[in-house]
Design a protein around this ligand. Structure first.
Ligand SMILES: [Zn+2]
Length: 76
């Protein structure tokens, strides 16, 4: 294995781990728009890439189009 590839592999492994965690979360949770109250599912990739704080994610609501700090709500 080439030594100069190591940082890339570490970054990719980190992203993969994040992706797997997000896939687990997105299978359990919807996100609720704080603007209109609509809850919606998101893809694991979007979940991994979206800005986040305190469990909330900065997402565009597919219902009203607002960019909102969406709260996770348990599916069920
Ligand atoms: Zn909305």
């Amino acid at each position: 294995m080439r030594k100069d590839l190591l940082p890339l592999i570490v970054v990719m492994a980190g992203f993969l781990a994040l992706f797997l965690v997000q896939r687990g979360r997105t299978s359990l949770y919807h996100y609720q728009c704080t603007h209109c109250g609509e809850s919606f599912g998101i893809s694991p990739l979007l979940a991994a890439l979206a800005h986040h704080r305190m469990g909330q994610k900065l997402l565009r609501c597919p219902s009203c189009g607002a960019v909102t700090w969406a709260r996770p709500v348990r599916k069920g």
